[in-house]
Design a binder for this molecule. Structure first.
Ligand code: MN
Length: 291
């Protein structure tokens, strides 16, 4: 069985010590193996406390973030690229300090709607930056996940095949593809082919519904996606992501356009999601075994 994770925004919009205690204890209580912490927003996290709480609860950790338009490694502007590089190095360092070994998200550019296509120079800058930070991450035993997101959140990686081409160009063993069903629903032709194309280069998965709310309340064909994961014998983490205007991280929630209230009770949402994902993964594994 894959390790199952939950994004901290299901529980809390910030990571003050109080909120961190809540995030970690609720993650454990809902039956998850891993918590994903977003490194967006004000720097209030107490790293030593967070690391201790994770150990105490026996939870694994993933960290994630997207870059910003003034700190964008896919920019033509070297100063913006340099600021992006330092955000990435900071994220990798925080991940390692917390005892984690996965840092993913929109590590290759800004998280937001671009008003122009990527330039050739911008893509070269992103590739060079990722080569540098992959080495920095490797020395700290951290894997980098390039999350494929929809066109309103990036102009660089909108499909799995673009991410695979990027991995080829970066050429580092600790850089993997990170797929998210919410984004695949917008950009891919189906939920199977992109997973099969990634194969062993798929290193992390986000499960999100088309409306980013309760799993099963939207239009995503999760059965097809879970079958695809079984077909590649995916052994990695599967993390549930959902956002509502009832739990807000100003920077992240605004960048993701979370304007509506899709749920109030994070525990009900998360326990439902955990059962939904575990059920889907198990059903696909059984179908595969009897194929
Ligand atoms: Mn995601």
């Amino acid at each position: 069985m894959n390790k199952l994770g939950v994004h901290a925004l299901v529980w809390s919009g910030d990571l003050t010590p109080e909120s961190t205690r809540k995030v970690i204890s609720q993650t454990k209580a809902a039956g998850f193996d891993l918590v994903e912490l977003s490194l967006h927003g004000p720097k209030v996290m107490d790293l030593a406390l967070t690391r201790d709480l994770l150990q105490e609860h026996g939870l694994q950790l993933g960290c994630s973030r997207g870059l910003t338009f003034d700190a964008d490694v896919s920019s033509d502007d070297p100063a913006s690229v340099a600021r992006g590089l330092s955000l990435l190095e900071e994220g990798i360092s925080i991940t390692a300090e917390l005892g984690g070994n996965y840092f993913g998200g929109i590590l290759y550019g800004a998280m937001g709607k671009y008003s122009a296509p990527l330039t050739a120079q911008g893509r070269r800058n992103a590739v060079d930056a990722l080569k540098r930070v992959a080495d920095f991450a490797h020395k700290r035993n951290v894997t980098l996940g390039l999350e494929v997101v929809n066109r309103y959140e990036s102009n660089l990686l909108n499909t799995a095949s673009q991410a695979l081409a990027m991995l080829d160009d970066v050429g580092a063993p600790n850089v993997v593809v990170h797929l998210d069903t919410y984004h695949m629903n917008i950009e891919e032709s189906d939920f199977m082919q992109p997973v099969l194309a990634c194969g062993k280069r798929l290193g992390y998965v986000h499960i999100g519904e088309s409306n980013r709310g309760y799993l099963g309340s939207g239009t995503i064909d999760f059965a097809q996606f879970f079958h695809a994961l079984a077909m590649i014998d995916y052994q990695g983490v599967i993390t549930f992501e959902s956002f509502s205007s009832s739990v807000v991280n100003e920077q992240l929630s605004n960048a993701l356009a979370i304007w509506r209230n899709l749920w109030d009770d994070g525990m009900d949402l998360a326990t439902h999601a955990r059962a939904f994902i575990a059920g889907g993964v198990n059903a696909a594994a059984k179908a595969r075994a009897h194929h």
